[in-house]
Design a protein around this ligand. Structure first.
Ligand SMILES: Cc1cc2nc3c(=O)[nH]c(=O)nc-3n(C[C@H](O)[C@H](O)[C@H](O)COP(=O)(O)OP(=O)(O)OC[C@H]3O[C@@H](n4cnc5c(N)ncnc54)[C@H](O)[C@@H]3O)c2cc1C
Ligand code: SF4
Length: 578
């Protein structure tokens, strides 16, 4: 079946991937061919590094357990050139968990270290009826940000990396973990990917094979929809009885501006999205001030987030952000400024009911890999830090007692701020499936009653089950001028993307699909990876050209019928300030 009621759904064209076969390795290589570590952490983002930071704090006071973990007690495996290179967030952070992780570090010192940019003192929320006017509304409770801190997650990860290295852990950057190693029903480590293969997988002159990394505990901190996380969810049936995970896609720019912005701004729904339920377009924007304590420069973080449930194939988060910038509200902030950074990333948006079981024999899920994001508040950084800390504490407690089960972590998450906040927002997102006009009032009711009314468990619908049509959202995207409005390729250029031209293709999609699906990918991809040949027919099936070396690994393709698999370590963007 390729259509639903005569319309094309992405799920009918599954990507050519055999997840258990490709991403799970049965058994370890012989002892003399592998690397042995105590705890292997896959992903050097905020969650994985918080886990490493906390483990090192606990082990520093316990040489006996440290000894039991071997020569390399903690190893972090990160595919980017450096930790932070692939991390992107809004990012206004709730400060509690970071203060708990580093109690001796003041917020003033966060700013001196260069990853924090000031406390939120003023805020404003607008609904935009059209491209000219704005209506200010009181901030709904999840979006109140007073007292939070504007940060850069990419900067925070670099800071955490430094502390992890000083604490004696081993950080393998430019290294992808490509397989989960399972032996006798237990995760016993991961395999790092080969390096130096050509387009067709052939070994080049600089070829280096991957290695098995054996671990007493493995932490999957891969962020949004990692390959090993997906394999683990299938292998251990971690999503049984849960709702399907769903995603949003955010595109962000940083601007150097001549005059400081004095408040955090959000816009909800409305322009430039179409509010008719036919389009299923739900989203919003942020504009955050960033005062660089070192240089004294005034910066602004601006971004647009779109729910990947949309139905119009011509919806493009990249172009919607460009269109949003034409509103007088935004022009007045960015006028005479200069864009200095750009990036894009998907966010798990299903919340409480879509979170998989967080533990399996030998391994745990933390941060976005465990679906820990509060979309009503657009907050996940403090959960990433807290879940990393809780994972470290559960692993440490088990290993110290010579036990091998880390299940206590699940209850610890449930009892923490993560479980509490996500439970209150458990049904906040689902009513939007009815469209903005019918679903909006229900969402407000869910927020006001902290999920108690209408109550129950509201189901989520897979993003790839949405029938797609070729609409006219694209007609109002502004023309790039290279100064204020940008095209996708110039955006990719400033992301620092450095994927080798002859690297193997890490994007899995069908290469011949109905035009509706090809257009969906073409418009959705913020990096301009998918092209349709000029001479392709207007209707029916068309070929898709995949320029995978442009990919910034945002992960959105996984929501709409394709799959991002782990690329060669070191490939992809090199985010600095995002
Ligand atoms: C557009 C946007 C706006 C947001 N705004 C906010 C906000 O304002 N406030 C807030 O609190 N939260 C916000 N969030 C959410 C927040 O950014 C995330 O919840 C948080 O950063 C997740 O951290 P993480 O460490 O779990 O994942 P990530 O930061 O994604 O880190 C995962 C790391 O794992 C690496 N990796 C993945 N797979 C592998 C592999 N197989 N091998 C090796 N390395 C691997 C990646 O390269 C990456 O470095 C936003 C998110 C987005 C996308
Ligand atoms: S090709 Fe890469 S950048 Fe484009 S949507 Fe897919 S994962 Fe994102």
């Amino acid at each position: 079946m390729s259509t639903r009621n005569g319309r094309v759904t992405p799920e009918a064209f599954p990507p050519p991937v055999d997840s258990p076969k490709e991403f799970v390795k049965r058994g370890l290589d012989p002892e003399d061919e592998l690397i042995e570590v105590g705890v292997a952490i896959v992903g050097g983002g905020t969650a994985g590094l918080a886990c490493a930071n906390r483990l090192l704090q606990l082990l520093a006071d316990d040489p006996e357990t440290m000894e039991r973990l071997g020569e390399v007690p903690v190893a972090v495996i990160e595919k980017a050139k450096t930790c932070g290179g692939h991390n992107l967030s809004g990012a206004v952070m709730r400060p509690g968990p970071l203060q708990e992780l580093f109690p001796d570090l003041s917020r003033e010192q966060w700013r001196e270290e260069g990853f924090a940019f000031g406390e939120v003192k003023k805020e404003a929320i607008y609904v935009l009826p059209n491209g000219r006017t704005k209506v200010r509304i009181p901030p709904p409770p999840p979006q109140r940000n007073h007292g939070n801190e504007v940060i850069s997650v990419s900067g925070l990860a670099r800071y955490q990396q430094r502390l992890v290295e000083e604490g004696g852990a081993y950080i393998l950057t430019e290294t992808s973990a490509t397989q989960l190693i399972v032996e006798d029903g237990r995760v016993v480590g991961v395999r790092s990917g080969d390096k130096g293969r050509g387009k067709d997988g052939e070994p080049l002159s600089n070829f280096e094979p991957g290695t098995d990394i054996k671990a007493q505990a493995t932490v999957l901190a891969e962020g949004c929809w990692g390959s090993l996380t997906g394999a683990a969810i299938r292998e251990f049936d971690l999503a049984a009885d849960r709702e399907p995970q769903v995603w949003e896609l955010g595109v962000k720019e940083i601007w150097k501006v001549p005059k400081p912005l004095d408040r955090v701004i959000h816009t909800l729904a409305g322009w430039p999205l179409k509010i008719s339920s036919k389009y299923h377009q739900i989203g919003g924007s942020w504009i955050y001030p960033m005062k660089d304590a070192k240089s004294g420069e005034d910066l602004v973080s601006i971004g647009f987030v779109i729910d990947l449930e949309y139905a119009d194939a011509t919806t493009s988060a990249h172009d919607l952000l460009q269109e949003f910038k034409t509103h007088p509200l935004v022009r007045s902030i960015l006028a005479d400024g200069e864009r200095v950074a750009w990036g894009a990333k998907a966010i798990p948006a299903g919340g409480y009911w879509a979170m998989p079981k967080l533990s399996m024999p030998g391994a745990l899920l933390v941060g976005d890999a465990g679906g820990m994001v509060n979309l009503a508040a657009l907050k996940g950084v403090h959960y990433a830090i807290k879940s990393g800390m809780l994972a470290a504490e559960s692993i440490y407690a088990a290993l110290r007692r010579g036990q091998s089960s880390f299940e206590a972590y699940e209850q610890a998450v449930e009892d923490s701020i993560i479980g509490k906040e996500l439970w209150e927002q458990r049904n906040t997102r689902q009513p939007f499936a009815k469209g903005l006009i019918r679903g909006g009032p229900l969402v407000n009711l869910m927020i006001a009653t902290k999920g108690r009314f209408p109550g129950g468990r509201w189901s989520l619908h897979r993003n790839d089950a949405q029938p797609m049509f070729i609409g006219e959202t694209k007609d109002s995207y502004p023309r790039p001028d290279g100064k204020y409005i940008f095209d996708k390729l110039s955006s990719v250029f400033i992301s620092g993307n450095a994927t080798r031209d002859d690297a193997p293709n890490h994007i899995r999609v069908r290469k011949r699909v109905p035009r509706e699906l090809a257009e969906t990918w073409r418009w959705m991809c913020p990096a301009g990876v998918y092209e349709i040949p000029d001479d392709a027919p207007e209707h029916g099936e068309v070929d898709v050209i995949v320029n995978y070396t442009n990919c910034v690994q945002c992960g959105a393709i996984t929501a709409k019928g394709g799959r991002l698999t782990t690329p060669e370590g070191g490939d992809g963007p090199l985010y600095q300030l995002l």
